[in-house]
Design a protein around this ligand. Structure first.
Ligand SMILES: CC(C)(COP(=O)(O)OP(=O)(O)OC[C@H]1O[C@@H](n2cnc3c(N)ncnc32)[C@H](O)[C@@H]1OP(=O)(O)O)[C@@H](O)C(=O)NCCC(=O)NCCS
Length: 139
């Protein structure tokens, strides 16, 4: 598996990994903005994009993983771990944050497996499904 910075030529492959884009025009626009802002990284296996992640610094100027998605058929094979590990290596701040819904047990399990610590809860973003924040101190 290789982790590469995404370029414009990866956009269609990223969209096909991310099912939400099928009915969410905003998500498609965000993907184009993330890629053109040099914030997007793709995991590639046998020349196929199998997942992507977005690293931004808009959260209190700290590194923040604002998106992480692995193609459904490729999950539980270490792709999510590889993407997050890569972001940890290139992150320009000493702390890396991310968040996920309370209902998202796979992401919480991934955070636990990678030794991320809970960093707080924000209510009222999605109705009835609080956002759990995580962080890791980087070396
Ligand atoms: C969350 C997500 C990115 C995980 O990616 P992944 O490639 O499947 O994760 P990995 O294979 O690296 O998993 C590493 C470890 O995390 C834990 N884990 C991951 N998914 C899990 C699940 N569905 N159930 C229980 N534990 C899970 C396990 O400890 C796993 O190790 P193991 O497979 O050896 O048991 C993936 O499920 C996904 O794309 N979900 C939809 C999008 C999403 O919710 N993104 C996060 C919020 S932006």
């Amino acid at each position: 598996m290789k982790i590469n910075k995404a370029t414009e030529s990866d956009i269609e492959a990223i969209i096909s990994v991310d099912h939400l884009t099928a009915h969410d025009e905003n998500r498609r626009r965000h993907i184009c903005e993330w890629v053109s802002g040099d914030s997007t990284f793709v995991a590639v296996v046998d020349n196929v994009v199998v997942g992507y992640a977005v690293l931004e610094y808009t959260f209190f100027s700290q590194g923040f993983i604002s998106m992480l998605i692995v193609a459904e058929a490729r999950r539980r094979k270490g792709v999510g771990t590889a993407l997050v590990s890569h972001l940890e290596e290139i992150c320009k701040t000493g702390k890396l944050f991310t968040s996920t819904n309370k209902s998202n047990e796979p992401m919480q399990a991934l955070m636990q497996s990678m030794s991320y610590e809970p960093s707080g809860i924000v209510h009222n973003l999605d109705d009835g499904d609080p956002e759990l924040f995580y962080f890791k101190k980087l070396n």
